[in-house]
Design a protein around this ligand. Structure first.
Ligand code: PHB
Length: 389
């Protein structure tokens, strides 16, 4: 009994003493918990994020700050009701060093809650839930993607400037839909427009018909929408099939047409969207990223792949500053806060609340591309409402 306590104490002391570069020398692997959707309407988004993340790690020789990277994966199914159990599996059963996830805002909020309670480093590679870098912000929580407010707000500015007056909105009834519309409405109404109707359906439903009939009857000047993944493919096709595309212009946050154009075909042609990534940006980092991604995966990257790649970059920057020791949370955070992240989207840094401060591009679908046509909102900084840090 005594000797086992003694042994445990010794091991604990050794672990405490093992700081900085010692982690690398001791050969302790870095356990990265990937919690992403691999099934359901967001499955392709989860895969693209993982691809992007792995590409960066591979470019570093499979190691970050000298520690070999090992992955533990969970399919979160974009199901908030399973989210707390899923994240606890990674943190408590698998003892991951860091958490990377996820796509769905509701699932990400459950991850942020556990990260906040346990102090585990969390990097969110997509989900835009405003609270993650708002009321739930924490020194150990970072985002490599966007807040739901950002593309919505930028599109509200663009549409108001175009002189559009009356808009109907349509989206899924959950945090990402609600917050995209709220961001849109804030800028659009500030610019003199009015939201005349807000339509919703539960996530991840795709029975749009009754809502499209409502839009036809309402006759707004334009429609603003947030949909993504498989749902976005069906919405764009149904909107065109209902004959609305010709009469009521459709605008969206850029997820509507990112990673979806092969499936949407001509029904997406000409659509205008706002997002922090675009085709044809002439950024050297983007060119090299696209070449490497296409070579590795035989696929073109999309915004999700970029966000996965940048999540790995953020992790690499933080880990380098602490010599691979994830217990040094304050130093990890300071390094990331001071960093300029060399992203394929263009260089960005993080706000005080750890959300990217970034240009939101205006894009137009031309063939299979979301062609850059301008900047919708320069260096847009999410207000980080409710963040006390
Ligand atoms: C979200 O739930 O926050 C979400 C999901 C898919 C996207 C963007 C945001 O493409």
């Amino acid at each position: 009994m005594k000797s086992s306590i003694f042994r445990t104490t010794l091991i604990a002391a050794a672990a405490l003493a093992m700081s900085g570069a010692a982690f690398a020398q001791a050969g302790a692997k870095l356990k990265v918990g990937l919690m992403l959707p691999y099934t359901g309407t967001f499955a392709s988004l989860g895969n693209a994020i993982e691809n992007g993340f792995r590409l960066y790690v591979t470019e570093q020789g499979g190691k970050l700050a000298g520690r070999e990277v090992e992955f533990v994966k969970v399919d979160d199914e974009s199901d908030p009701s399973k989210a707390t159990d899923n994240v606890n599996k990674l943190v408590k059963r698998d003892n991951v060093d860091v958490l990377i996830g996820t796509v769905h805002s509701g699932v990400a909020m459950a991850m942020a809650k556990v990260a906040k309670e346990t102090g585990t480093i969390l990097i969110v590679p997509n989900a835009g839930a405003d609270a993650v870098t708002g009321a739930m912000c924490a020194p150990n929580i970072f985002r490599s993607s966007f807040s739901n407010w950002q593309p919505g707000y930028a599109m509200g500015e663009v549409m108001a400037k175009k002189g559009i007056k009356k808009v109907a909105t349509i989206t899924w009834k959950y945090a990402a839909g609600d917050e995209s519309v709220r961001g849109f409405k804030e800028a659009f109404e500030k610019g003199g427009g009015t939201v005349v109707k807000e339509l919703n359906l539960p996530f991840p439903n795709v029975e749009f018909q009754a809502l499209l009939t409502d839009i036809a009857a309402t006759k707004p000047d334009a429609v603003f929408t947030f949909f993504a993944g498989g749902g976005a493919v069906k919405f764009v096709k149904d909107y065109a099939a209902a004959g609305l595309k010709k009469t009521i212009p459709l605008y969206g946050s850029g997820f509507l047409t990112d990673g979806t154009l092969d499936a949407q075909g001509a029904d997406a042609d000409g659509l205008l969207t706002a997002l922090h990534y675009a085709d044809g940006m002439e950024i050297p980092k983007d060119k090299s990223f696209r070449l490497a991604y296409a070579k590795t995966y035989k696929l073109q990257p999309d915004v999700y792949a970029v966000q996965g790649y940048d999540a790995a970059q953020i992790l690499g920057i933080g880990l380098k500053a602490v010599g691979g020791d994830t217990s040094k949370k304050a130093e990890f955070a300071h390094a990331v806060e001071a960093a300029k992240i060399d992203s394929p989207r263009g260089t960005f840094s993080l706000s005080k609340a750890h959300n990217p401060v970034q240009d939101i591009y205006l894009r137009q679908v031309v063939g299979k591309e979301n062609k850059l046509i301008g900047i919708a909102s320069k260096a847009l900084n999410d207000p980080g409402r409710g963040c006390k840090m």
